[in-house]
Design a protein around this ligand. Structure first.
Ligand SMILES: Nc1ncnc2c1ncn2[C@@H]1O[C@H](COP(=O)(O)OP(=O)(O)O)[C@@H](O)[C@H]1O
Ligand SMILES: [Mg+2]
Length: 467
């Protein structure tokens, strides 16, 4: 009774251990120790049957205590495995180490299939068949531990597989995300670059056709302007002759007038009446002034036409030595009518060395900056244009007293199509195009702006190297 209690306790403990997660080797170790003690056996083992597909069943033992794995033992086990029946041996065989005196081999099964066996040896009194029955719960425990263990292993393998699949999936997801991300970023970049390029092409095409138009108009104006100027010069000469002649006529009239009679006296009276009526003295003075003003006007027109032609002159494709002061003056003349009503423009041209560049493109940059400046001025304000030689650079600074920019606007002004102006007023291209032109000139644009306090754009060009 005491023995069966101890057996029951050992088995219950083993099952508890199993549920607690102890590993099978440890459990079998404990079970076998208890078994050897209970059955007063000298040594023993618990083995599990393995079946290779198509091969003979083999035994892998979990524990062998105090045993040398002898040929006898192998043979006895072989018999148990092949018959699937318990084996009792109480005839001592002299061979083996330690010598085998008695042996009990008990198979354990699940649903008729052999799962393993328990072997114990050398009980001093030998083994009886009743022991086989007594140890049945022990065998059932071994069966449930092995089945449970298999289930755990399977579960672990499945879990591991699932984990690996999850990892693989995550990796794929990450990879895909990266691909999509980099693809999207690349696509976005390409699209932006393309849009920018397209916008600039469109712009330069527009500028080119505008340039042709302007050059054509300038040419057409130049022709009549030529004879207007020359006719004005001739007219001035003629007028001086006429006024000289008039003066002489008047002198003559004063001298001979008092002695005239009849129709001659009448004619002179009509002449004098007309002189007084039309204020001839005033006319004589004013005609010169009118002619002077007209000549001035014609000069100004000629000057503007010249500026226009310089502004739109064809880009030779090759950079040339450029005097930024001259180009700035040209640009200012062209955009003057947009500036003059609302701004006072102060120019401070410093002595600057030439830079290497394309004048038509530089004029574009100056125009964009000057127009932005005046557009930033709400009612009236000042625009300052200054040039300066600093180190290896020529600086062009265009400042305005306009509304300035917030940090958010400032961060985006070079982005193509970014504009804060109402539709129809701003294209958002001026600064991005200027930026492109500046980098093609190996130059830079710097911006300083305070919201509400105006902005300063500084262009930095490298001084042309001596050739
Ligand atoms: N001098 C300036 N003062 C204030 N804001 C400016 C100035 N120059 C440019 N900006 C800002 O930068 C934006 C982009 O300028 P730009 O590229 O020339 O395009 P657009 O003039 O067609 O809007 C403008 O809409 C404006 O918000
Ligand atoms: Mg602009």
């Amino acid at each position: 009774m005491e023995i069966s209690n101890r057996l029951l306790q050992a088995l219950t403990e083993a099952q508890l251990d199993f549920f607690r997660g102890s590993d099978a080797h440890h459990l079998f170790d404990k079970l076998l120790t208890a078994l050897l003690e209970l059955t007063e056996s000298e040594y023993g083992f618990i083995g599990e049957v393995h079946r290779e597909p198509g091969g003979k069943p083999s035994l892998s033992t979990h524990v062998i205590t105090h045993a040398a794995w002898t040929d006898e033992l192998r043979e006895l086990c072989g018999t148990v495995l092949s018959t699937g029946e318990p084996l009792l041996l109480n005839e001592p065989t002299p061979r083996g180490h330690p010598p085998l005196r008695a042996f009990l081999g008990l198979p354990f099964k699940s649903e008729g299939q052999l799962l393993g066996m328990v072997g114990i040896a050398n009980r001093p009194d030998g083994y009886g068949p009743e022991l086989a029955g007594f140890l049945q719960p022990f065998l059932t425990t071994c069966t449930s531990i092995i089945l449970g263990w298999h289930r755990q292993q399977k579960q672990r393998i499945t879990e591991e597989l699932l984990r690996q699949q999850e990892e693989e999936l995550q990796r794929n997801r990450d990879h895909l995300e990266k691909l999509v991300h980099s693809g999207t970023a690349e696509l976005l970049q390409t699209t932006v670059a393309l849009e920018e390029r397209q916008a600039q092409l469109l712009h330069s095409e527009r500028m080119a056709s505008l340039g042709q138009l302007v050059a054509g108009i300038a040419h057409e104006i130049n022709n009549p302007l030529g004879y207007i100027t020359s006719n004005l010069a001739t007219l001035t000469q003629y007028t001086s002759v006429f006024s000289e002649l008039l003066k002489l006529y008047r002198e003559l009239a004063e001298r001979v007038g008092p002695g005239l009679q009849g129709p001659e006296a009448e004619l002179l009276a009509r002449i004098q009446a007309l002189q007084e009526q039309e204020d001839l003295d005033y006319l004589l003075g004013d005609v010169n002034e009118l002619l002077h003003d007209s000549r001035e006007g014609a000069h100004r027109v000629a000057d503007i036409v010249r500026s226009l032609k310089a502004f739109v002159r064809e880009d030779s494709g090759l950079p040339e030595l450029v005097d930024v002061n001259k180009e700035l003056a040209t640009t200012l003349k062209v955009v003057w009518n947009q500036l003059k009503y609302r701004t006072e423009v102060k120019c401070d041209y410093g002595p600057v060395p030439p830079i290497l560049g394309r004048p038509a493109q530089l004029n574009q940059v100056f125009t964009h900056l000057l127009l932005n400046a005046v557009q930033a001025i709400p009612e009236r304000g000042t625009i300052q244009v200054a040039t300066q030689h600093e180190g290896n650079e020529v600086l062009v600074r265009i400042s305005d007293s306009g509304h300035g920019m917030t940090k958010e606007v400032l961060a985006r002004i070079f982005t193509p199509f970014f504009t804060t102006k109402p539709p129809g007023k701003g294209t958002g291209l001026g600064l991005s195009i200027s930026y492109g032109i500046m980098s093609r000139h190996n130059g830079r644009i710097e911006v300083q702006s305070q919201f509400g306090q105006g902005s300063t754009f500084t262009l930095r060009f490298p001084v042309a190297q001596d050739i």
